[in-house]
Design a binder for this molecule. Structure first.
Ligand code: SAM
Length: 241
């Protein structure tokens, strides 16, 4: 890209997100899919945070604009391979929601729960996000249904979430779950919703192997196996060391 000084916009991050997703693997591809994911946004300007959020309680959902900070070093290409197409076909970057964009900016509609105070900081509690933990926030705006909800919108490429796979817990995972359940919001539902999207790489999704897969949620390691193409069994839930 060629830019002159006047073609640039100066942006400073206004906060950061705290989410259940400490690594990219297994984060849902869009918001609102894993509704059990709860987290919060911490505003950096604590002196003005209460004023900045005045009136926000009247909205049920918010737009969150954020930086794809974890992938920005990798740059961008005009054509990308969306995982939804199995990673084989290319599409123009602007025709996708790829993280590898000319300006690495993401946008997600999330459920607004409430403003709160955590460790003496004013925060915004949110739900259903698709953001990596510690994601820098560029802006927050109210979601306005009359204009933002386009009921006759079409999308041939990404028509629906995709088929959910079945998820269950074996006896060991079930008892580990009962140890952790009180300390992590909606943990069993969160694990189920994340795994039901089959986070394995696209080329694996029609395969059954004996492989032990692992993902991180909060500071927990979750391991599972596929018993058939449509069924994941969680077998181990432990604290990360
Ligand atoms: N809803 C947003 C959008 O459309 O702009 C994000 C869509 S993008 C396809 C979602 C993926 O971005 C997630 O599955 C995760 O892998 C990745 N992601 C989330 N937060 C990120 C971050 N801070 N840096 C890099 N990648 C991130």
């Amino acid at each position: 890209m060629t830019t002159s000084q006047q073609d640039k916009l100066v942006i400073e991050y206004i906060g950061k997100a705290h989410t259940p997703y400490p690594e990219k693997f297994a984060i849902p591809r869009q918001p609102g899919i894993v509704t059990a994911a709860q987290g919060y946004i911490e505003l950096f300007d604590q002196q003005h945070a209460t004023q900045m959020l005045n009136g926000i309680e009247q909205y049920s959902h918010l737009w969150v604009l954020f930086g794809f900070h974890a992938t920005q070093q990798q740059g961008w290409k005009p054509m990308v391979r969306p995982p939804r197409l199995g990673g084989n076909k290319k599409m123009g970057v602007l025709a996708t929601r790829s993280t590898f964009r000319p300006n690495p900016i993401g946008m997600s509609v999330v459920k607004f729960l409430k403003t709160d105070n955590i460790n003496n900081k004013t925060v915004i509690r949110i739900q259903g996000m698709d953001l990596l933990d510690q994601t820098p926030i560029i802006d927050i705006k109210p979601y306005i249904p009359y204009s933002d909800a386009v009921t006759d919108a079409t999308s041939d490429f990404a028509q629906s979430v995709g088929t959910a796979i079945q998820v269950s817990f074996n006896d060991q995972a079930q008892s580990q779950l009962s140890l952790f359940d009180n300390h992590y919001p909606d943990l069993s539902l969160l694990i189920k919703q994340v795994l039901s999207q089959d986070p394995r790489p696209a080329y694996k999704t029609n395969q059954v192997d004996n492989k032990l897969y692992g993902m991180a949620l909060f500071d927990l390691n979750i391991q599972w196996q596929m018993t058939n193409m449509n069924h994941a069994v969680v077998i181990n839930i432990t604290k990360s060391t």
